[in-house]
Design a protein around this ligand. Structure first.
Ligand code: SF4
Ligand code: SF4
Length: 387
């Protein structure tokens, strides 16, 4: 099947490109977007061979951080073009095997790793959390896939649930009925599966009488807030909720952590959804925590490379990875903690700390873990035991 370049040029506004090069210069993975992509679209049209496009590893290197789209002075839809090409290839079955597995796993088990659906809420077994269907609550804590299954991120889920219990928040989880939000699925090119997840999840939320949603991951937050059609349920990222609970005196952080810490703005929370202040308000409320701002922060923050399906793609980038660059920047700043508020950032940075041999210099923590520690809440991976 041939790609019609005219459709792509029209749909993603490529004809208004003024070739200023800002997108190329600002791409954190040095992906020559979108000029390179436009060339590839034309090449594919000539050869009639979508596989020639699929074999270009840079297509799968894009993290969909959106920096190129946000900085383009002309309004070209760069990242949407990349997702459009991935969608075209997914429809042809022309995706790398690791991506195909993640998509199939999500279809079958509701998560990209293919872990059993029935074990999705195992982390919450002994925590006394309400489960929708067995009990009612106003607010859903939408846990998400990595916080449900990944042993490192389960610590974040536990910390957050205990924080909300301490603040007497009336919340519940969906337990085994929860499915992937689809944010990464859409970015890996599977638009049809994303639409199915969006429809099924929306129906489940409405049927369960959910009036408000809090997400752990910025990726789920982005999907519900911006990409689910006819949604109508207010959604917040957990940092917005904790910042409010601290400001209104419902959470009183008491234990001093006495650590210098910096913060990584997750792309799907910061530059894509403008939640910059709340994470910083929380960190500066932690007693004894010295907050250090990295030079590249907020809109200028450097993507960790964990999003947009990168967790399941192999190759596509060369040389030192952004996670390691970022960890080295944090160490040079004098930080002993790299704080973030995203499961993908957390996993990417923990790998980067190990790869760079800096395990005695810095630790990686989710903001919820620092708050739990400051509230003297016991959870799986307390900061005092983690070095
Ligand atoms: S930033 Fe926008 S206008 Fe500039 S080269 Fe990239 S797509 Fe074209
Ligand atoms: S979305 Fe981010 S990683 Fe992808 S091409 Fe744009 S700037 Fe590069």
């Amino acid at each position: 099947m041939k790609i019609d370049p005219k459709t792509f040029i029209k749909d993603y506004l490529l004809d208004i490109c003024i070739q200023c090069g800002t997108c190329t210069g600002s791409c954190p993975v040095k992906f020559r977007s979108p000029l390179n992509m436009r060339r590839l679209v034309r090449q594919t049209y000539i050869t009639g061979d979508p596989a020639s496009l699929f074999k270009r590893p840079e297509l799968w290197a894009c993290t969909t951080c959106s920096t190129c789209s946000l900085r383009c002075p002309a309004g070209v839809k760069n990242v949407e073009l990349i997702m459009g090409i991935r969608n075209f290839l997914a429809n042809q079955g022309e995706v790398p095997s690791t991506i195909r597995d993640a998509l199939e796993n999500t279809f079958l088990q509701g998560n990209p790793w293919g872990r059993f659906r029935d074990r999705r809420a195992d982390w919450a077994k002994d925590l006394g959390i309400k489960i929708f269907g067995e009990a009612t609550a106003e607010t859903l804590l939408y846990v998400g896939c990595a916080p449900s299954y990944d042993p490192r991120i389960q610590s974040v889920s536990t910390a957050l649930a205990k924080i909300f219990q301490k603040a007497n928040l009336d919340f519940g989880i969906l337990g085994k009925k929860e499915s992937c939000c689809g944010n990464e699925i859409r970015r890996m090119g599977e638009q049809a599966l994303f639409k199915k997840l969006a429809k099924d999840n929306t129906n489940l939320f409405k049927k369960s009488g959910i009036k408000r949603i809090i997400t752990i991951s910025p990726h789920c937050f982005n999907a519900f807030k911006n990409e689910y059609p006819d949604f109508g349920i207010p959604v917040q990222h957990y940092t917005q909720v904790i910042a409010d609970l601290i400001e209104t005196g419902k959470l009183k952080l008491s234990k001093a952590l006495n650590l210098p810490a910096t913060y990584q703005d997750p792309c799907f929370l910061g530059k894509q959804n403008q939640v910059f202040d709340e994470p910083r308000k929380i960190l500066t409320s932690v007693p004894g925590l010295e907050f250090l701002e990295m030079e590249r922060s907020r809109q200028r923050s450097l993507c960790c490379e964990g999003g947009g399906g990168r967790m399941w793609a192999e190759g596509g980038t060369e040389g030192i990875r952004n996670g390691e660059i970022r960890i080295r920047e944090a160490v040079a700043l004098g930080a002993k903690v790299m704080a973030t508020a995203c499961p993908f950032c957390l996993l990417t940075f923990e790998d980067a700390v190990k790869i760079s041999g800096l395990t005695t210099e810095i630790m990686v923590k989710d903001i919820s873990e620092l708050v739990a520690e400051a509230l003297e809440i016991n959870f799986n991976d307390q900061i005092s035991n983690s070095k």
